[in-house]
Design a binder for this molecule. Sequence first.
Ligand code: FES
Length: 105
Amino acid sequence: MSEKLVIAPYQRHAILCTGKSCGEQVGLLKFFKKRIEEEGLAQGDTSVRVNRAGCLGVCAQGPIMVVYPEGVWYSDLDEAKMEQIIQGHLKGGEVQQALAFHAQA
Ligand code: FES
């Protein structure tokens, strides 16, 4: 019998596209992960789980990132906008509507 898989609890899941049409923004992913760590959002019940995707199926106005459980999609990201999302959404709990192009109702 295989061992039961366990992952640490988290509050939000942020998935950044690093695919070709989003400019393969590995540097932006590294910046985002570093800032999540620095802001104390990397561990614990209120933490943000960060992953990358090869394509999120939008392929325009990238880099694209989606954040769950809200189902908010952000576009055209750079470090300044990521910082706004970290402070306003991931820490402050307010979806950054000016940066978002879609949110689940
Ligand atoms: S390559 Fe980023 S959404 Fe398709």
